[in-house]
Design a protein around this ligand. Structure first.
Ligand code: TXA
Ligand code: MG
Length: 335
């Protein structure tokens, strides 16, 4: 079992040594922890898929240490990409561009594009700098599980299959990066994140097409799959106004129910567990995956999540909540 180690200079040197040998290193980013391998080494990248249990046609994001490296990986870097990089990197934004021929198919899932990002975490940046090359890294969880936001979560998920876990403390953003696809005729938002659609549109000067509305996707993007990020306990997303009655019914059916609450409303007696979430969107996002994981680990019959606000600032949170839950109403009657 691999235990997390504090990401000091000696640990970073060890990480670089392992990456050069084609081994797997989990490391902190500002969004979630990543499971990293040398992006130029197809065999090393293959180990990521084996460790995660992830299908091989799902593409990975390549982490680089500055926008100056874009041309190492992308065949063509449009002006729009340079402007986004200038404004938001290092930071929680990934950009999809046409790939250069040498980028391994193992990284891109055989697609003609590559996802690139400069992470805004000092440990990730120092690691990239010492390593020199690109590090391919998906979130450091098993396929279809909740992304890790602490080194302990990584140990829980992948302790048996990762060679080193660098501990850089809890992730500040808490949900995965915003993904913008600039490889086609019009820019598209593939995954909402901390950097909002409006912030990106301001820099681009044009509207973003939304992936969900973009018609037939020819890309297998796990972030777009309905069952991604799910806890193993059935989770229900419930409007605030229905919380009391929903909980009352579930408890009356004898179910052991955990609540992830937003408002501090009056709650019916008999809840097995209650967790109160922060009121502000960024704080909520930071706490979200740990809250889901903690509640999931209690072995309850059901998790009820009170719907937080649905304004623009909450876009990423609501996207992840929808993917972690079944629609309200579908899980209540005696099933
Ligand atoms: O915040 C993040 O982006 C984290 C940290 C570790 O950097 N990484 C992350 O990776 O969330 P992952 O693999 O869990 O999600 C990456 C997403 C997937 O939905 C993948 O399909 C999409 O990026 N992606 C990567 N390359 C792509 C490409 N060439 N075309 C379309 N989607 C791509
Ligand atoms: Mg992931």
């Amino acid at each position: 079992m691999t235990k997390p180690i504090i990401a000091d200079d000696a640990a970073l040197d060890q990480a670089v040594h392992l990456l050069r040998q084609g081994r797997l290193v989990a490391f902190p980013t500002e969004t979630v922890y990543g499971l990293g391998a040398d992006a130029a080494n197809a065999e090393a990248v293959g180990r990521i898929f084996a460790a995660k249990g992830r299908p091989a046609d799902h593409p990975l994001i390549v982490h680089i240490n500055g926008a100056g490296r874009l041309d190492d990986w992308a065949e063509f870097v449009p002006e729009a990409a340079r402007r986004l990089a200038e404004r938001f990197w290092p930071g929680p934004l990934a950009i999809i561009l046409k790939k250069r021929p040498h980028v391994p198919d193992a990284v891109t899932g055989g697609q003609p594009t590559v996802g690139l990002r400069v992470p805004g975490h000092p440990v990730a940046l120092r690691l990239l700098e010492k390593f020199g090359g690109g590090i391919a890294a998906p979130s450091a969880n098993r396929f279809c599980r909740i992304s890790p936001t602490t080194a302990r979560h990584v140990e829980e998920e992948l302790g048996n299959s990762v060679d080193l876990i660098l501990d850089g403390g809890p992730c500040k953003v808490g949900v995965e990066s915003t993904i913008v696809d600039l490889s086609g005729a019009r820019p598209r938002l593939l995954r909402p994140g901390r950097i909002s659609r409006v912030q990106i549109e301001e820099v681009l000067g044009v509207g973003l097409e939304l992936a969900a509305k973009a018609g037939s996707l020819n890309v297998r993007a796990p972030g777009l799959m309905a069952v991604h990020y799910a806890p193993s306990t059935t989770a229900l997303l419930c409007p605030s106004g229905d919380i009391w009655e929903t909980l009352r019914q579930l408890i009356a059916q004898g179910r052991r129910v955990g609540l992830i609450a937003y408002h501090r409303a009056v709650l019916p007696p008999g809840l097995a567990h209650t967790l109160h979430m922060p009121a502000e969107a960024y704080d909520y996002a930071q706490a979200l995956y740990a809250a889901l994981r903690e509640t999931d680990n209690l072995g309850l019959d059901m998790i009820v999540i009170e719907q937080p606000p649905e304004s623009e600032a909450w876009h990423a949170v609501n996207d992840r909540l929808r993917k972690a839950t079944v629609p309200a109403g579908s899980a209540i009657p005696g099933s």
